[in-house]
Design a protein around this ligand. Structure first.
Ligand code: SF4
Ligand code: SF4
Length: 168
């Protein structure tokens, strides 16, 4: 790997790989970590009910939530279809703005656990929801409680003795 171009201060040098000028740090990042997920900003949970949807999100494989700078993000682990087998972007000169803006001076490779909070599993988020709202219950728990209540009322009806008819 030979350095072929100077770069602005703070950025790794550019090297030529398969005809593309990429940063030397990226040339050794396999697979290119920043090209294997997408993240979209969402509203943070304010009410107890908000956690219901978020729990549903993180119950899915490859879906997680994280908080960065006070903002909440929904993240999907999914390899970009434009990331070639050689670990290079196959549409480099036509890539989206968000990819152009992302630089290796402070990137995912440096500190994978850099978020203030991260919820990768249902259990992690449920524990957090219960910490925020101690009386938090899931939809499933509430439905089970309702079933139990109905079953108890029916059982009471069955065992209640009938009144003897008047004059008997
Ligand atoms: S910017 Fe960082 S995470 Fe992305 S390919 Fe380069 S070194 Fe890897
Ligand atoms: S378009 Fe290219 S740079 Fe952007 S995520 Fe996909 S492979 Fe990476």
């Amino acid at each position: 790997m030979t350095e072929v171009r100077p770069t602005p201060p703070g950025l790794p040098p550019l090297v030529l790989v398969d005809g593309l000028h990429i940063h030397s740090k990226c040339a050794t990042c396999l697979p290119a970590k920043c090209c294997t997920y997408i993240a979209v900003q969402i509203d943070g949970p304010r009410r107890m009910e908000d956690f219901e949807d978020y729990l549903w999100f993180v119950a899915h494989e490859g879906v997680s939530l994280y908080v960065d700078g006070g903002r909440w993000y929904l993240q999907f682990e999914t390899r970009c279809r434009k990331l070639g087998r050689n670990n290079l972007c196959s549409i480099y000169d036509n890539r989206p703005k968000v990819c152009v803006a992302y630089t290796p001076d402070n990137c995912d490779r440096d500190d994978p656990a850099r978020y203030a909070r991260e919820f990768r599993t249902y259990e992690e988020l449920l524990a957090y929801a219960r910490k925020r709202f101690p009386n938090f219950t899931t939809g499933g728990q509430r439905a089970a409680a309702r079933r139990h209540k109905v079953a108890t009322v029916r059982a009471r009806r069955v065992v209640r003795p009938r009144r003897a008819p008047a004059g008997a």
